[in-house]
Ligand binder design. Sequence first.
Ligand SMILES: O=C(CO)COP(=O)(O)O
Length: 144
Amino acid sequence: MKIALIAHDSKKNEMVNFVIAYKHIFEKHDIYATGTTGSRIMMESKVTVNRLKSGPLGGDQQIGSMVASNEIDLVIFLRDPLVAQPHEPDITALLRLCDVQCIPLATNIATAELLIKSMERADFAWRDIVKEKYKYVAPTGTEG
Ligand SMILES: O=C(CO)COP(=O)(O)O
């Protein structure tokens, strides 16, 4: 499965500790993360991460694009609900796309734990069926 991990600054320690605690699960999956979150996770947990751009520089939109193509199976986005972000429209768009595509989304650590434990139990097997059904096929005749 492909898991996206994103954390705002005040939640980055929580995210790193979460990945360390469930390292045995995260190691079995493809992890994608926004820039700074990804660096912290890689440095402190040694879990391999596909790092995208930093959130405010387009990282949330990169993950949103993967969600729109139904490529991401789980999004864990530890948001800071008390601090306004300069890229709030990108954040809202990503959350909206998760709902559009019915992608499991955790925005706090309590839900993240429930979802990661359910992934360990293979409760996410339905995602393989959905991905196959809605596989993105690039339109033809658009090149050049
Ligand atoms: O801003 C973010 C999500 O909106 C997170 O980005 P970073 O992981 O680069 O800090």
